[in-house]
Write a protein that binds this ligand. Structure first.
Ligand code: SF4
Length: 448
């Protein structure tokens, strides 16, 4: 059961020395109880108190790191069941499945074709699951082919010797060894420990998954992910929800306090529409890693969009980076058109500008991630902010001195012109959808 601040306070040294950054031991204890700071921040806590408190104040769901370098990902660490309560923190990661006896190079190359940016986030298949097919030597060769591909490796292998051999060629990339079962967990723990990798736990059903996880914890290993894949969709969904509910309950059961793996290649093999539908469901509830047959744009566009929406902090506006976005082959002589950095506005406006085919430089300044009228009302989009950005960032790079502003803030035209000597400010349309005709007309009339 979660400890109260007063319980934690009783175990502090009560010297109010402030070394933890809090003014008093009581203030520190309250922060620890809220999960805002870690108990280890107090350097004067006795070993006994630390041992007692570390377990009791640890987050209910463990945060696990896998992979290395650019392919290092954080899994788990969630504190709530529903996004409306608080932000989800570790986005679902997508893995492509390759069977060790299949054409591994072709499968990886196919998945790698999907690689694009959306609102500052790279969208691609982050992981690759190499599934053991019964031949240890062939498995090692298959694993060698995914090393160095910039994807976190998952070893889907319950054969202890094959897993050991495969880890020899890939352990430097911190893969996940997804192979512990009720029958082999003791040996698999030794293999995972020796290689320093995260161990995936499997069970024939949720009870076996629980018992095996508890047994592994007793062996002192807690770098785990839980493979909640069942015999079919219904069982898998039930497992995923029950595991997450158990660890985030008011009285959390930490045995299930680990990230999860859902393998759609097992419950919906070769069924792309079903895999997309199921992957969407497990982004919401509660797949930390979702393994699919492959990754392509038909899968990526809905799934990555959904994931970005679900795992974005709703308290922080979705913003694009301020800058000059050259569209339709625009050069330094192309007209400038400005709007705010709210991601939705950017995508709607840039889409219409691209549709017009007219070369233009889309100038995005920092407007706090708000829409045009909201930014204007909040003072984030003003003649001062626009002119300052143009002088500091646009004038050194762009020769054109024509600037189109959103029609909804036509009121800024006079002030912007006064603050930008030499510039002609043109009031654009109220709605983005009107931009295509507006720009084509300006171009036809020789005004831009
Ligand atoms: S460092 Fe420890 S003893 Fe000092 S104020 Fe913080 S909790 Fe109290």
């Amino acid at each position: 059961m979660a400890l109260k601040g007063i319980d934690i306070f009783k175990m502090t040294p009560k010297t109010n020395c402030k070394e933890c950054g809090s003014p008093t031991c009581m203030a520190f204890a309250m922060k620890v109880a809220q999960g805002a700071v870690d108990i280890s921040k107090c350097p004067h806590m006795s070993d006994d108190a630390l041992a007692a408190l570390s377990e009791a104040t640890a987050p209910p769901m463990k945060t696990i790191k896998v992979g290395t370098g650019e392919a290092e990902y954080t899994l788990g660490g969630e504190t709530v069941l529903f996004r409306h309560e608080k932000t989800f923190v570790s986005p679902t990661r997508f893995a492509v499945n390759v069977a060790a006896d299949a054409d591994v190079d072709a499968a990886v190359a196919e998945a790698a074709k999907v690689d694009y940016d959306r609102i500052g986030e790279r969208m691609h298949a982050e992981m690759v699951n190499v599934e053991y097919a019964g031949d240890a030597a062939a498995y090692v060769e298959a694993v060698k082919k995914v090393v160095g591909k910039g994807m976190t490796i998952i070893l889907g292998c319950t054969d202890v010797e094959a897993a050991k051999a495969a880890l020899e060629v890939c352990k430097a990339e911190k893969p996940i060894l997804n192979g512990a079962t009720a029958a082999n967990y003791a040996e698999m723990v030794e293999v995972a420990k020796a290689a320093g990798v995260v161990l995936g736990v499997n069970g024939a059903n949720i009870d076996e998954l629980y018992d095996t996880t508890a047994a592994i914890e007793k062996l002192g290993y807690k770098e785990l992910v839980l493979d909640v894949t069942g015999a079919d969709t219904k069982e898998t969904y039930g497992n995923a929800v029950r595991v997450r509910r158990a660890c985030l309950d008011k009285n959390p059961d930490r045995t299930f306090g680990y990230p999860s793996i859902v393998n759609l290649s097992k419950i919906a093999a070769n069924d792309e529409p079903m895999q997309i539908a199921l992957a969407s469901m497990f982004v919401l509830k509660y797949g930390s890693i979702v393994i699919m047959d492959t990754m392509n744009y038909a899968r990526a566009l809905p799934l990555y969009g959904l994931r970005q929406n679900v795992y974005t902090d709703p308290q922080k506006p979705m913003k694009v980076e301020p800058g000059i976005y050259a569209l339709n082959g625009a050069d330094e002589n192309a007209v400038c058109i400005t709007t705010v950095d709210f991601a939705l506005t950017y995508f709607v406006v840039s889409g219409e500008l691209e549709r017009s085919g007219v070369p233009c430089n889309l100038v995005i300044s920092d407007a706090g991630g708000l829409s045009v009228l909201t930014a204007w009302a909040a003072g984030k989009l003003s003649s001062t902010s626009v002119s300052k950005y143009i002088i500091e960032n646009v004038e050194p790079k762009v020769k054109s001195r024509k600037l189109i502003i959103p029609g909804k803030v036509a009121v800024l035209k006079g002030d912007i012109e006064a603050k930008l000597p030499g510039w002609e400010v043109i009031v654009g349309p109220n709605e983005a959808v009107q931009l295509v005709k507006f720009l084509k007309d300006l171009q036809a009339n020789g005004e831009i």
